[in-house]
Structures are given as structure tokens and as C-alpha cells.
Design a protein around this ligand. Structure first.
Ligand code: IPE
Ligand code: IPE
Ligand code: MG
Length: 254
């Protein structure tokens, strides 16, 4: 995969001029396959979630060299409450453990962390830790890591519409002023650019309610690798492949 079409191992074509290819500025990842990874080893599903959590750091650290400024990872969906109580409780405890263990490294490595998703259903202790991590890293700008936790696209759009309608009712927003850009400002992702590339691991070719509005023109890459086996080399290969895609946005090739 590397070395094709003048692509280097670290990302994209570096040539200047109109033919120069841009790398993805924002990559979003559906980190799937933790359960199957654990099952293949005869271990409980939570063992896979722990292995998966460890992978996040490696991928975050690979971003600057690949020109990826924004990385958004899907950690827990609004549908994941349908899992067993044991798995859900284990995941919530893993998120708390992850935040307390990784905070210092994330801060020192210049990572700005944000969370998207509905916090109302999360326990107060976890929400306090999420708020604190966002605050501690708010001056960082090397990589912007967004963690989608209790996130579902339809839920996000519903909450956005509720807020928007509230502003219309309060008279601070005129119905005639509502357009695509207005709705975007009410989403959890309002400060983020749209994803250029969405990767899903584990061989499933579906989007499972992830960034539906924001990914209207994203490139998708579905890979068979299970998330705990997803290395920075595989990530770099996907970023390289993205660089030769022709994104036409409904137009024709220039
Ligand atoms: C993704 O791995 C992590 C979460 C959804 C929390 P899964 O737990 O979905 O793993 P598989 O798909 O069952 O293998
Ligand atoms: C999507 O994975 C959610 C996350 C990766 C957090 P799932 O494993 O929950 O998705 P489905 O159930 O296969 O669609
Ligand atoms: Mg899954």
C-alpha cells in the first residue's frame, strides 16, 4: 500500500499545485470487534474492551505525523445500553479508569479531549471526570480527540432540534433563519469539522447511528481487523489510500 502513486508511509502526496491531494483532517473511527477478539481467546468480553482501550493511545499518537488534526472515536452508543448489565457496568468502570489513567499523558502530549453524546444517563462521577478532562486539556491543540460516549446520531439530532425549537419559541431564532448551518450549530459536534474519513473495524459494513449528519460526504473504509488488533501501521495505510480517492461532492472532476 505504501509507495504507490508517490504516497509516503506517513500520509499523503506532498506535491504542490492543483493536483496535490489532501489528507483527511478529521478521521472518525467505529471501534468494533472487542467482544469477538476476547471470545477468540476464550476470555470475557470485558477483556476485549480493555485491550481496545489501550489501542486508542497508539492511534491518537499516530495522528500528527499523518496530518490528522481531529480524531473522533465511538466508545459507547445509545444502543449499547441493550447489553447485559455486567457488560455495561464493566464498560462504565473502564471509562472511569481510562480517564484517570490517561489524563496526564493526554495533557502532556498536547491532546485536546472532548466528549460528545448525552451525559444525562451517565453517572455523576463519570460526568465530573469527563468535564475535568475537557477542562485540563482545553489549551491543547496538537490533536483534537473526541470521544463519543452514550452517543447516537438520531438522539443528537433530536436533542439539537429540541434546543433549536426552544430558541424559536423564545424568539431568539427566526424560523426563516433555520438552514443546514443553523442545525449544525446545535449539534454536539458544533466546534468540529465534518469527518473526511470514517473507519469501521471488525468487518461489519454499517454505520450504527454514528455521525449520520456530519458524515454526509465522508469517505468510508471498512476493515476486517478487530479493534484491539488495529495498529498505527494499518491506520497509516488507510490514510494513504484515502489520499488517492476522488472526492467530487456531486460535481465533476476538476
Ligand atoms: C466495540 O466492540 C465496543 C463497543 C461497542 C462498546 P464490541 O463489544 O461491539 O465487539 P463485538 O462487535 O461484539 O465483537
Ligand atoms: C457500534 O458498535 C458502537 C461502538 C463501536 C461504540 P456495535 O457493536 O454496538 O454496533 P452493532 O450492534 O454491531 O451495530
Ligand atoms: Mg460490535
Amino acid at each position: 500500500m505504501f509507495g504507490r502513486n508517490g504516497i509516503d508511509g506517513a500520509g499523503c502526496v506532498k506535491t504542490a499545485g492543483p493536483e496535490a491531494q489532501q489528507g483527511p483532517r478529521h478521521v472518525a473511527v467505529i471501534m468494533d470487534g472487542n467482544g469477538r477478539w476476547a471470545q477468540a481467546r476464550g476470555r470475557p468480553r470485558l477483556f476485549g474492551h480493555h485491550a481496545g482501550a489501550k489501542r486508542v493511545r497508539e492511534i491518537v499518537n499516530a495522528c500528527p505525523d499523518l496530518g490528522v488534526k481531529y480524531l473522533t472515536v465511538f466508545a459507547f452508543s445509545t444502543e449499547n445500553w441493550n447489553r447485559t448489565q455486567t457488560e455495561v457496568a464493566g464498560l462504565m468502570s473502564l471509562f472511569r479508569r481510562y480517564i484517570s489513567k490517561e489524563t496526564r499523558a493526554l495533557r502532556d502530549e498536547g491532546v485536546r479531549v472532548r466528549f460528545i453524546g448525552d451525559r444525562v444517563r451517565l453517572d455523576n462521577k463519570l460526568v465530573a471526570m469527563m468535564d475535568e478532562l475537557e477542562t485540563i486539556t482545553e489549551c491543547n491543540d496538537r490533536v483534537h480527540l473526541t470521544i463519543a460516549l452514550n452517543y447516537g446520531s438520531r438522539d443528537e439530532v433530536s436533542r439539537a432540534i429540541k434546543d433549536l425549537v426552544g430558541d424559536v419559541a423564545a424568539g431568539t431564532l427566526a424560523p426563516d433563519d433555520v438552514d443546514e448551518e443553523t442545525l449544525t450549530r446545535y449539534l454536539d459536534t458544533k466546534v468540529l469539522p465534518d469527518p473526511d474519513l470514517v473507519i469501521r473495524t471488525s468487518g461489519e459494513a454499517r454505520v450504527s447511528n454514528f455521525l449520520l449528519w456530519q458524515s454526509a460526504y465522508a469517505e468510508y473504509e471498512f476493515v476486517d481487523t478487530l479493534w484491539p488488533d488495529f495498529t498505527k501501521e494499518i491506520f497509516a495505510g488507510i490514510v494513504s489510500a484515502y489520499c488517492v480517492r476522488d472526492r467530487r461532492y456531486g460535481g465533476t472532476r476538476s
